[in-house]
Design a protein around this ligand. Structure first.
Ligand code: PGA
Length: 246
């Protein structure tokens, strides 16, 4: 299983911030970790040009490949830029843009057709967690978001508890272990043994201090990082932590 760290810049970053991506690319050239940075659409092209040693990903894409969809970006356009990954179904899009599991599944299908790696986000809300619904919510999201997806190639799952995103709070290591094991089981149920190769990332307030212990958990194959991915100084300790995972 390859180790993987993805940075989600969300709606942050101007051209002056491209230097942070270049520094990551230069410092981790030849690393055995797949490093992906997902800046806003406006920076994708420039990021691709200055960061030859890492992968550049998008934060979203449209279900269709072209057409009368003002303001949207297609998988076709991302492929044209040399973008290799796309985050799909991030909780902020599920909440703010009403993206259902069904929409997510259609976007995953579109991405896979273009050979883009789909980073599919799932995660429970705080009330769902309090009601002990975490594992059932995740199972529903996994089955729904991968509906009609027949193979495991180019699929990455990111478990991001919504209450842990941007809050500085993280689940205990025991909770991360339980959820990641459960996600793996769900994927094995769906796809058989080939599901053991699907990377499962943890996301939600990962930083340089907690990354090593999170990566020590079985079935945690990497991280999806928000705030801490915005600068080289905060992102690189996380990449080093996964490099050290045995
Ligand atoms: P965070 O965000 O690392 O800032 O908590 C993670 C994410 O939303 O992907």
């Amino acid at each position: 299983m390859r180790k993987l760290v993805a940075g989600n810049w969300k709606m942050n970053g101007n051209r002056e911030n491209l230097l942070e991506i270049k520094k990551v690319s230069d410092r981790f050239s030849g690393s055995d970790v797949d490093i992906i940075v997902c800046p806003p659409f406006t920076l994708l092209s420039a990021a691709k040009e200055i960061a030859a040693n890492i992968f550049i990903g998008a934060q979203n894409l449209h279900v269709d490949n072209s057409g009368a969809y003002t303001g949207e970006i297609s998988a076709d356009m991302l492929e044209d830029l040399g973008v290799t990954h796309a985050i799909i179904g991030h909780s902020e899009r599920r909440t703010e843009c009403s993206e259902t599991n069904d929409v997510v599944a259609r976007k995953v299908k579109t991405a896979l057709k273009k050979k883009l790696n789909a980073i599919i986000c799932i995660g429970e809300s705080e009330p769902e967690r309090k009601e002990n619904k975490t594992l059932s919510v995740l199972k529903e999201q996994i089955y729904g978001s991968l509906k009609d997806i027949t193979g495991t190639e180019n699929i990455i799952v990111a478990y991001e508890p919504i209450w842990a995103i941007g809050t500085g709070r993280t689940p205990s290591l025991a909770e991360i272990s339980t959820t990641h094991d459960s996600i793996r089981l769900n994927l094995l149920e769906m796809y058989g043994s080939s599901a053991s190769n699907i990377p499962i990332l943890y996301g939600g307030s990962v930083n340089g201090l907690n990354a090593s212990e999170i990566f020590s958990v079985a079935n945690v194959n990497g991280a999806l990082v928000g705030g801490a991915s915005l600068s080289f100084d905060t992102f690189s300790p996380i990449i080093k932590a996964i490099e050290n995972k045995t």
